[in-house]
Design a protein around this ligand. Structure first.
Ligand code: A3D
Length: 315
Protein backbone atom coordinates (compact mmCIF):
# COMPACT_ATOMS: atom_id res chain seq x y z
CA UNK A 1 0.00 0.00 0.00
CA UNK A 2 1.25 3.48 -0.82
CA UNK A 3 2.34 5.70 2.07
CA UNK A 4 0.47 8.94 2.75
CA UNK A 5 2.49 12.13 3.12
CA UNK A 6 0.73 15.34 4.13
CA UNK A 7 2.33 18.72 3.61
CA UNK A 8 1.00 21.50 5.82
CA UNK A 9 1.78 24.68 3.92
CA UNK A 10 1.71 24.63 0.13
CA UNK A 11 3.97 27.62 -0.47
CA UNK A 12 7.45 27.58 -2.00
CA UNK A 13 8.83 24.71 0.10
CA UNK A 14 5.51 22.85 0.27
CA UNK A 15 5.12 22.84 -3.51
CA UNK A 16 8.72 21.75 -4.05
CA UNK A 17 8.30 18.98 -1.46
CA UNK A 18 5.21 17.74 -3.30
CA UNK A 19 7.08 17.63 -6.59
CA UNK A 20 10.15 15.86 -5.18
CA UNK A 21 8.02 13.33 -3.28
CA UNK A 22 6.07 12.62 -6.47
CA UNK A 23 9.18 12.16 -8.61
CA UNK A 24 10.59 9.76 -6.01
CA UNK A 25 7.19 8.05 -5.66
CA UNK A 26 7.58 8.12 -1.88
CA UNK A 27 3.83 8.18 -1.35
CA UNK A 28 0.51 9.83 -2.15
CA UNK A 29 0.53 13.53 -1.27
CA UNK A 30 -1.99 15.75 0.50
CA UNK A 31 -1.17 19.43 0.13
CA UNK A 32 -2.91 21.43 2.87
CA UNK A 33 -2.96 25.21 3.07
CA UNK A 34 -5.25 27.85 4.56
CA UNK A 35 -5.02 29.39 1.10
CA UNK A 36 -7.08 26.61 -0.45
CA UNK A 37 -6.48 27.71 -4.05
CA UNK A 38 -2.68 27.41 -3.74
CA UNK A 39 -2.96 23.84 -2.41
CA UNK A 40 -5.49 22.78 -5.05
CA UNK A 41 -3.67 24.51 -7.91
CA UNK A 42 -0.27 23.00 -7.08
CA UNK A 43 -1.73 19.52 -6.55
CA UNK A 44 -3.41 19.72 -9.98
CA UNK A 45 -0.31 21.10 -11.68
CA UNK A 46 1.99 18.37 -10.31
CA UNK A 47 -0.70 15.76 -10.95
CA UNK A 48 -0.71 16.81 -14.59
CA UNK A 49 3.05 16.14 -14.80
CA UNK A 50 2.67 12.50 -13.70
CA UNK A 51 1.94 11.16 -17.16
CA UNK A 52 4.88 13.06 -18.66
CA UNK A 53 7.32 11.92 -16.00
CA UNK A 54 5.74 8.49 -15.61
CA UNK A 55 5.26 8.37 -11.85
CA UNK A 56 2.31 6.75 -10.20
CA UNK A 57 1.04 8.71 -7.22
CA UNK A 58 -2.05 10.73 -6.27
CA UNK A 59 -2.09 14.33 -5.11
CA UNK A 60 -4.87 16.20 -3.36
CA UNK A 61 -5.03 19.89 -2.48
CA UNK A 62 -7.21 20.91 0.47
CA UNK A 63 -7.91 23.29 3.34
CA UNK A 64 -9.73 20.61 5.35
CA UNK A 65 -7.70 18.97 8.13
CA UNK A 66 -9.76 15.78 7.87
CA UNK A 67 -7.93 15.05 4.61
CA UNK A 68 -4.63 14.52 6.46
CA UNK A 69 -6.18 11.68 8.49
CA UNK A 70 -3.80 8.77 9.20
CA UNK A 71 -0.81 10.19 7.34
CA UNK A 72 2.46 8.28 7.65
CA UNK A 73 4.50 11.47 7.44
CA UNK A 74 3.58 15.12 7.89
CA UNK A 75 5.93 17.91 6.84
CA UNK A 76 5.13 21.38 8.16
CA UNK A 77 6.11 24.55 6.33
CA UNK A 78 3.05 26.61 7.26
CA UNK A 79 4.10 30.08 8.29
CA UNK A 80 5.71 33.20 6.99
CA UNK A 81 9.24 33.29 5.57
CA UNK A 82 11.81 36.06 6.06
CA UNK A 83 12.00 39.29 4.12
CA UNK A 84 15.36 40.98 3.46
CA UNK A 85 16.85 42.34 6.70
CA UNK A 86 14.81 40.04 8.97
CA UNK A 87 16.29 37.35 11.19
CA UNK A 88 14.60 33.96 11.60
CA UNK A 89 13.79 34.99 15.19
CA UNK A 90 11.70 37.94 13.90
CA UNK A 91 9.16 35.35 12.64
CA UNK A 92 8.48 33.96 16.11
CA UNK A 93 5.22 35.70 17.10
CA UNK A 94 3.41 35.05 13.80
CA UNK A 95 4.63 31.49 13.26
CA UNK A 96 3.93 30.45 16.86
CA UNK A 97 0.23 31.24 16.36
CA UNK A 98 0.20 29.32 13.08
CA UNK A 99 1.95 26.28 14.57
CA UNK A 100 -0.58 26.15 17.41
CA UNK A 101 -3.40 25.75 14.87
CA UNK A 102 -1.40 23.19 12.90
CA UNK A 103 -0.66 21.17 16.07
CA UNK A 104 -4.38 21.02 16.86
CA UNK A 105 -5.15 19.79 13.33
CA UNK A 106 -2.44 17.12 13.46
CA UNK A 107 -3.28 15.94 16.99
CA UNK A 108 -6.95 15.54 16.08
CA UNK A 109 -6.53 13.87 12.70
CA UNK A 110 -3.19 12.10 12.54
CA UNK A 111 -1.50 11.67 15.93
CA UNK A 112 0.58 8.63 14.87
CA UNK A 113 2.47 10.36 12.06
CA UNK A 114 6.18 11.10 11.89
CA UNK A 115 6.25 14.92 11.86
CA UNK A 116 9.02 16.98 10.31
CA UNK A 117 8.91 20.74 11.02
CA UNK A 118 10.59 23.23 8.71
CA UNK A 119 8.89 26.49 9.75
CA UNK A 120 11.24 29.06 11.35
CA UNK A 121 12.55 29.87 13.88
CA UNK A 122 13.07 26.15 13.55
CA UNK A 123 14.19 24.87 16.94
CA UNK A 124 11.55 26.88 18.80
CA UNK A 125 8.76 25.99 16.39
CA UNK A 126 9.50 22.25 16.53
CA UNK A 127 9.65 22.40 20.34
CA UNK A 128 6.37 24.34 20.47
CA UNK A 129 4.71 21.92 18.01
CA UNK A 130 5.68 18.96 20.21
CA UNK A 131 4.36 20.72 23.30
CA UNK A 132 1.07 21.82 21.70
CA UNK A 133 0.40 18.48 20.00
CA UNK A 134 1.63 16.15 22.77
CA UNK A 135 3.02 13.76 20.11
CA UNK A 136 5.97 11.64 21.32
CA UNK A 137 9.35 13.35 20.98
CA UNK A 138 10.77 10.54 18.80
CA UNK A 139 8.03 11.28 16.24
CA UNK A 140 8.58 15.07 16.10
CA UNK A 141 11.77 16.35 14.53
CA UNK A 142 13.05 19.52 12.87
CA UNK A 143 14.81 19.93 9.52
CA UNK A 144 17.83 22.26 9.52
CA UNK A 145 21.12 20.40 10.01
CA UNK A 146 20.97 18.62 6.65
CA UNK A 147 20.51 21.96 4.90
CA UNK A 148 23.18 23.76 6.93
CA UNK A 149 25.66 20.90 6.38
CA UNK A 150 24.85 20.87 2.69
CA UNK A 151 25.48 24.61 2.44
CA UNK A 152 28.85 24.28 4.21
CA UNK A 153 29.77 21.37 1.91
CA UNK A 154 28.82 23.41 -1.14
CA UNK A 155 30.97 26.38 -0.11
CA UNK A 156 33.93 24.10 0.68
CA UNK A 157 33.53 22.32 -2.65
CA UNK A 158 33.56 25.61 -4.57
CA UNK A 159 36.59 26.89 -2.65
CA UNK A 160 38.64 23.68 -2.82
CA UNK A 161 37.44 22.60 -6.29
CA UNK A 162 36.39 19.21 -4.96
CA UNK A 163 33.08 17.46 -5.74
CA UNK A 164 30.57 17.80 -2.90
CA UNK A 165 30.34 14.01 -2.66
CA UNK A 166 34.02 13.88 -1.54
CA UNK A 167 33.30 16.12 1.46
CA UNK A 168 32.05 14.91 4.83
CA UNK A 169 30.86 17.50 7.29
CA UNK A 170 28.17 18.14 9.83
CA UNK A 171 26.63 21.35 11.20
CA UNK A 172 25.02 21.11 14.63
CA UNK A 173 23.30 23.35 17.21
CA UNK A 174 20.42 25.73 16.68
CA UNK A 175 19.38 26.81 13.17
CA UNK A 176 20.48 30.41 13.62
CA UNK A 177 23.54 32.57 13.53
CA UNK A 178 25.15 30.46 16.28
CA UNK A 179 24.98 27.15 14.34
CA UNK A 180 28.19 25.12 14.65
CA UNK A 181 30.01 23.58 11.66
CA UNK A 182 32.02 20.77 13.32
CA UNK A 183 35.43 21.51 11.85
CA UNK A 184 37.21 18.55 13.45
CA UNK A 185 34.61 16.25 11.94
CA UNK A 186 35.05 17.67 8.44
CA UNK A 187 37.01 15.65 5.88
CA UNK A 188 37.79 16.52 2.25
CA UNK A 189 38.90 13.50 0.24
CA UNK A 190 39.50 11.87 3.64
CA UNK A 191 41.87 14.65 4.78
CA UNK A 192 41.32 17.02 7.71
CA UNK A 193 40.46 20.60 6.80
CA UNK A 194 43.42 22.31 8.48
CA UNK A 195 45.76 20.77 5.87
CA UNK A 196 43.77 22.28 3.01
CA UNK A 197 42.59 25.79 3.84
CA UNK A 198 43.80 28.84 5.76
CA UNK A 199 42.10 29.74 9.02
CA UNK A 200 40.91 33.10 7.62
CA UNK A 201 39.31 31.48 4.57
CA UNK A 202 37.70 28.83 6.74
CA UNK A 203 36.31 31.49 9.10
CA UNK A 204 34.75 33.19 6.03
CA UNK A 205 33.08 29.97 4.89
CA UNK A 206 31.74 29.25 8.38
CA UNK A 207 30.27 32.76 8.50
CA UNK A 208 28.80 32.38 4.99
CA UNK A 209 27.17 29.10 6.09
CA UNK A 210 25.68 30.77 9.16
CA UNK A 211 24.29 33.53 6.95
CA UNK A 212 23.49 31.15 4.05
CA UNK A 213 19.74 31.65 4.35
CA UNK A 214 20.01 35.46 4.50
CA UNK A 215 22.22 35.51 1.39
CA UNK A 216 19.43 33.85 -0.60
CA UNK A 217 16.68 36.02 0.99
CA UNK A 218 18.62 39.08 -0.17
CA UNK A 219 18.80 37.83 -3.76
CA UNK A 220 15.20 36.66 -3.96
CA UNK A 221 13.83 39.81 -2.27
CA UNK A 222 10.48 38.03 -1.81
CA UNK A 223 10.66 34.81 0.21
CA UNK A 224 13.50 32.53 1.22
CA UNK A 225 15.33 29.41 0.02
CA UNK A 226 13.15 26.48 -0.98
CA UNK A 227 14.88 23.95 -3.25
CA UNK A 228 17.58 22.84 -0.80
CA UNK A 229 15.25 23.01 2.25
CA UNK A 230 12.73 20.78 0.43
CA UNK A 231 15.41 18.29 -0.68
CA UNK A 232 16.59 18.09 2.95
CA UNK A 233 13.06 17.45 4.27
CA UNK A 234 12.54 14.71 1.70
CA UNK A 235 15.76 12.95 2.80
CA UNK A 236 14.34 12.75 6.34
CA UNK A 237 10.93 11.50 5.17
CA UNK A 238 12.57 8.86 2.98
CA UNK A 239 14.75 7.62 5.87
CA UNK A 240 11.59 7.09 7.95
CA UNK A 241 9.41 5.56 5.23
CA UNK A 242 12.10 3.16 3.98
CA UNK A 243 13.49 2.42 7.47
CA UNK A 244 16.97 3.39 6.27
CA UNK A 245 18.47 3.89 9.79
CA UNK A 246 20.39 6.81 8.29
CA UNK A 247 22.43 9.16 10.49
CA UNK A 248 21.32 12.71 9.73
CA UNK A 249 21.78 16.03 11.54
CA UNK A 250 18.28 17.06 12.69
CA UNK A 251 16.69 19.13 15.45
CA UNK A 252 15.83 16.47 18.02
CA UNK A 253 14.68 16.44 21.64
CA UNK A 254 17.62 16.14 24.02
CA UNK A 255 17.12 14.24 27.24
CA UNK A 256 20.59 14.25 28.76
CA UNK A 257 22.53 13.79 25.50
CA UNK A 258 25.29 16.38 25.03
CA UNK A 259 24.61 17.31 28.69
CA UNK A 260 21.41 19.08 27.68
CA UNK A 261 17.83 18.31 28.50
CA UNK A 262 14.33 19.44 27.72
CA UNK A 263 15.38 21.26 24.58
CA UNK A 264 15.37 20.67 20.81
CA UNK A 265 18.65 21.28 18.98
CA UNK A 266 20.56 20.06 15.96
CA UNK A 267 22.42 16.80 16.63
CA UNK A 268 23.12 13.66 14.59
CA UNK A 269 20.21 11.22 14.87
CA UNK A 270 19.41 7.84 13.39
CA UNK A 271 16.09 7.88 11.54
CA UNK A 272 14.27 4.63 10.86
CA UNK A 273 10.67 3.44 11.05
CA UNK A 274 10.49 4.27 14.77
CA UNK A 275 11.25 7.89 14.02
CA UNK A 276 14.27 9.26 15.85
CA UNK A 277 15.71 5.92 16.98
CA UNK A 278 18.91 7.19 18.55
CA UNK A 279 20.82 10.39 19.17
CA UNK A 280 24.44 9.90 18.18
CA UNK A 281 26.87 11.50 20.64
CA UNK A 282 30.00 12.64 18.84
CA UNK A 283 33.22 13.20 20.75
CA UNK A 284 33.67 16.95 20.63
CA UNK A 285 36.79 18.97 21.35
CA UNK A 286 36.81 21.98 23.70
CA UNK A 287 35.91 24.56 21.06
CA UNK A 288 33.17 22.44 19.51
CA UNK A 289 31.66 21.83 22.96
CA UNK A 290 31.82 25.52 23.84
CA UNK A 291 30.20 26.60 20.57
CA UNK A 292 27.48 23.96 20.79
CA UNK A 293 26.68 25.12 24.35
CA UNK A 294 26.44 28.74 23.17
CA UNK A 295 24.14 27.73 20.32
CA UNK A 296 21.82 25.65 22.53
CA UNK A 297 21.74 28.47 25.08
CA UNK A 298 20.48 30.79 22.32
CA UNK A 299 17.69 28.29 21.54
CA UNK A 300 16.69 28.15 25.22
CA UNK A 301 16.62 31.95 25.48
CA UNK A 302 14.36 32.26 22.45
CA UNK A 303 12.07 29.53 23.81
CA UNK A 304 11.70 31.63 26.99
CA UNK A 305 10.50 34.50 24.77
CA UNK A 306 8.05 32.09 23.11
CA UNK A 307 6.72 31.12 26.55
CA UNK A 308 6.12 34.79 27.32
CA UNK A 309 4.25 35.23 24.03
CA UNK A 310 2.10 32.15 24.73
CA UNK A 311 1.99 31.09 28.41
CA UNK A 312 0.31 27.80 27.29
CA UNK A 313 3.84 26.63 26.45
CA UNK A 314 4.66 26.58 30.18
CA UNK A 315 2.03 23.90 30.88
P1 A3D B 1 5.70 30.43 1.79
O1 A3D B 1 6.00 30.25 0.35
O2 A3D B 1 5.19 31.74 2.25
O3 A3D B 1 4.66 29.28 2.22
C1 A3D B 1 4.08 29.23 3.48
C2 A3D B 1 2.65 28.77 3.30
O4 A3D B 1 2.08 28.61 4.60
C3 A3D B 1 1.76 29.77 2.54
O5 A3D B 1 1.23 29.16 1.38
C4 A3D B 1 0.67 30.11 3.55
O6 A3D B 1 -0.63 30.29 2.96
C5 A3D B 1 0.71 28.89 4.46
N1 A3D B 1 0.09 29.11 5.77
C6 A3D B 1 0.08 30.24 6.52
N2 A3D B 1 -0.64 30.04 7.66
C7 A3D B 1 -1.07 28.75 7.61
C8 A3D B 1 -1.85 27.96 8.48
N3 A3D B 1 -2.32 28.44 9.63
N4 A3D B 1 -2.09 26.67 8.13
C9 A3D B 1 -1.64 26.18 6.95
N5 A3D B 1 -0.90 26.89 6.09
C10 A3D B 1 -0.62 28.17 6.41
O7 A3D B 1 7.00 30.09 2.68
P2 A3D B 1 8.14 28.98 2.38
O8 A3D B 1 7.51 27.73 1.91
O9 A3D B 1 9.23 29.61 1.59
O10 A3D B 1 8.73 28.80 3.86
C11 A3D B 1 7.95 28.19 4.88
C12 A3D B 1 8.65 28.29 6.23
O11 A3D B 1 9.88 27.55 6.18
C13 A3D B 1 9.04 29.71 6.65
O12 A3D B 1 8.79 29.88 8.04
C14 A3D B 1 10.53 29.76 6.39
O13 A3D B 1 11.20 30.69 7.21
C15 A3D B 1 10.92 28.35 6.74
N6 A3D B 1 12.22 27.89 6.22
C16 A3D B 1 12.95 27.09 7.03
C17 A3D B 1 14.19 26.63 6.60
C18 A3D B 1 14.99 25.76 7.50
O14 A3D B 1 16.09 25.37 7.15
C19 A3D B 1 14.49 25.38 8.80
C20 A3D B 1 14.68 26.99 5.34
C21 A3D B 1 13.90 27.82 4.54
C22 A3D B 1 12.65 28.27 4.99
Amino acid sequence: MKKKISLIGAGQIGGTLAHLISIKELGNVVLFDVAEGIAKGKALDIGQSTSVDGFDINLKGTNNYEDIKDSDVIIITAGVPRKPGMTRDDLLGTNLKIIKQVAEGVKKNSPNSFVICITNPLDIIVMAFQKYSGLPTNKVVGMAGILDSSRFKYFLSEELKVPVKNIECIVLGGHGDTMVPMLNHTLVNGKPLNQLITKDKLDDLVERTRKGGAEIVKYLEKGSAFYAPAASGVEMAEAYIKNLKKTLPCAAFLNGEYNEENVYAGVPVIIGNNGVEKIVELTLDKDETKNLNISIKAVKELYKTACKIDPDLNN
